[in-house]
Write a protein that binds this ligand. Structure first.
Ligand code: ZN
Length: 96
């Protein structure tokens, strides 16, 4: 069997920018989207049944949201990770 190839040009949509839903600033940093993305499809029994909520928050507004949550006794669950996204075990001794 002989495989015959052809070259095609394919148009592709790429993300040009993501704007923060709070302040409107760009969420791009060093060519990457750095945003807290929130997505919820509200279901039966919620006050928003049948609605989908989406938002992206820049780092600055994410801090403000975390401050709001913290002021109400909550806050984000935050895990320190390596550059590869692996969790850093905070229980390990690293100084020696
Ligand atoms: Zn923002």
């Amino acid at each position: 069997m002989t495989t015959i190839y052809r070259t095609e040009t394919v148009e592709e949509q790429v993300i040009q920018d993501v704007k923060c839903n709070c302040c409107g600033e760009s969420c791009f940093s060093l060519g990457n989207v750095e945003a807290l993305s929130i997505h919820e499809t509200w279901g039966y029994g919620s006050p928003f049944d049948g609605q989908v909520w989406d938002a992206d928050l820049c780092a600055k507004c994410s801090i403000l949201l975390n401050d709001l949550l913290t002021s109400h006794g909550g806050g984000f669950d935050i895990t320190e990770v390596t550059a590869w996204g692996d969790p850093i075990d905070s229980d390990k001794e690293t100084n020696g």
